[in-house]
Design a protein around this ligand. Structure first.
Ligand code: HSE
Length: 305
């Protein structure tokens, strides 16, 4: 095999209390990537959003470097990215590129890596945008569905099939993005016992509700007293409070998507009042924004040919 084309889904990390632990693969948008064995290394943008075209500045770079070293790969790679997940949106844009690189190299060179090894290599790319190799976006991007990081050393991921009854809506302000690195710098170094206990209860309830396919339980569990409040105080999530109030009145759970500015709403499909909720959210914005009826993906990265 000389070349592979894949699609890599957007993802939403944290879901409230699951900071760096939980993530969900979204059905829309997805990037498309082509990775070919070539005479020289190159990254090209071929999509709506431009990507860094030097390997060092692209989240693919550290993945390629590490996999080359570990598996003795000498060939050069040309990567073309049709970037449809807006960079800096909180929807796992850098994770999709990094995960796409890891998955493609595995297939091109017949490495036969397991899911956790792929997630490990892909997470190295997250250092470019976040400063640390967090795995909560790359895991659902590779595996699809809802993923939970249950061990870091060694890395262990549990995947839960997302219920067909789960509806995901993304609210994406057109402007106002901070780097993930900046959004992590505002987080507190210590937390109170009460807040930590509250978050643990939310996290346990979120995971149990996902396992049970209990949409109302999922919505009720999407809360966080540690990470989102710190980012709201730093002015990084300006609309979260109002959207949370509106979403909850309509029975949806609301959380910042990763480090934001995108916001994730989860609820039961066909709940009847979706249009009223969307028009209320629309009215909260003076600036440009998008509302994406995204859906959830249980498939993760897929070859296109
Ligand atoms: N868990 C990470 C964070 C996700 O919230 O910083 C970044 O997309």
């Amino acid at each position: 095999m000389q070349s592979i084309r894949i699609s890599a889904p957007a993802t939403s990390a944290n879901l409230g209390s699951g900071f760096d632990i939980c993530g969900l693969a979204l059905a829309n948008p997805s990037d498309e990537m082509e990775v070919s064995i070539s005479d020289a290394d190159a990254v090209r943008s071929a999509g709506r959003y431009a990507v860094p075209e030097e390997l060092e500045g692209n989240s693919c770079g550290p993945v390629i470097k590490a996999m080359r070293k570990d598996f003795g790969i000498r060939e050069c790679l040309e990567i073309t990215i049709d970037k449809r997940i807006r960079p800096g949106s909180g929807l796992g844009s850098s994770a999709a590129s990094a995960a796409g690189a890891a998955y493609s190299i595995d297939r091109l060179f017949g490495l036969g890596l397991g899911a956790e090894q792929l997630v490990h290599y892909a997470s190295l790319g997250e250092k470019v945008s976040a400063g640390v190799p967090h795995v909560d976006n790359v895991a659902p991007c590779i595996l699809g569905g809802f993923t939970v990081v249950v061990g870091m050393n060694p890395l262990r991921i549990k995947r839960i099939q997302a219920s067909d009854a789960l509806e995901a809506i993304i609210v994406l302000p057109e402007h106002g993005k901070a780097s993930t690195k900046t959004a992590r710098e505002v987080l507190p170094g210590t937390v109170s016992r009460e807040d930590s206990q509250y978050n643990l209860r939310c996290l346990s309830s979120l995971i149990c509700s996902m396992l049970d396919g209990d949409m109302e339980g999922v919505a009720a569990a999407m809360d966080d007293r540690i990470v989102e409040p710190a980012r709201e105080r730093a002015g990084l999530l300006p609309h979260l409070h109002e959207i949370r109030d509106a979403g909850r009145r309509f029975g949806y759970g609301v959380a910042a998507s990763g480090a934001g500015p995108a916001i994730l709403l989860l609820g039961r499909k066909g709940s009847g009042e979706k249009e009223s909720l969307l028009s209320e959210i629309d009215g909260l914005f003076k600036e440009e924004h998008k509302i994406i009826a995204s859906g959830v993906s249980n498939r993760g990265i897929m070859p296109l040919d």
